[in-house]
Design a protein around this ligand. Sequence first.
Ligand code: FAD
Length: 280
Amino acid sequence: MSSHEHPLGISFEFFPPSTDAGRDKLIHVRDELAARKPRFFSVTYGAGGSTQARTREVVRAVGESGINTAPHLSCIGSEKAQLRDLLAQYREEGVESLVALRGDMPSGMGSIGELRYANELVEFIRAETGDHFDIAVAAYPESHPQAPNLDKDVENFARKMKAGANMAITQYFFTADAYFNFVDKARALGVEQPIIPGIMPITNYTKLARFSDACGAEIPRWIRKQLESYGDDSEAITAFGTDVVSRLCQRLLEGGAPGLHFYTLNQAAPVLRIVDNLAG
Ligand code: FAD
């Protein structure tokens, strides 16, 4: 770890805004978060190429902060030639890290493409660009929604780590033991690289519930019940959510998590409340 880095090894994820106002706001958020000296920023990518151009643009803008900025890159629905071009462009633009994903097929979109799973994408990036990029991949402590069971999913996860990934970032979760259990299973299969927990701040119950259903992240009943009881009281939701997620982070770090990756949803305040709780 560099001496200029936050001692907890934090990193922050953004999505490409669709409006000029959103882009302007993101620059402020970037600056607020850059001041906390993260290891890296990352910028998500829409499967099927819908936001590829926007991801590149935002990677450039966010990277002007001087913080290493990693584009997310998904392979489903893409041909090798397109991915080759994109890798060449990122290389030319000075990008050094990538988050490599399969992605999800947008409904009604055409063919799956030439690479079906993230392990094939990692192999492809290594074959095309050697060790140029640091590659992170996705991990699912509560199992990927399409996997038949957790053990099978961890086997698939180990395959993509062995294909040449440098680290993994997890889907968010609210149960620390799900993370520790996943890490134990991965280590038993010979995975040695860091597995960084992905952390989702809680600020809006309805959105969180919808998103969690879609991505297979469980909101424990006691958290759901408490959040439901607050109705529209966003101050109460934020206070409770900050406390729950700060305690989760604390447990993860005490249990040996090698850093924390925050899903910012392009907002600085919710993650900074948590980071400041941990620092204090
Ligand atoms: P894979 O690792 O390929 O796994 C997908 C499924 O296939 C799993 O069920 C797995 O068990 C199974 N599997 C894997 N390999 C094999 C194999 N060789 N043979 C048989 N089965 C296999 N989505 C976006 O569109 N854009 C983003 O920017 C984005 N960023 C993300 C960042 C993080 C940190 C995370 C956790 C997720 C992100 N996603 C993003 C979501 C992700 O694209 C979806 O979860 C997608 O469904 C799976 O992608 P993956 O790379 O994990 O796939």
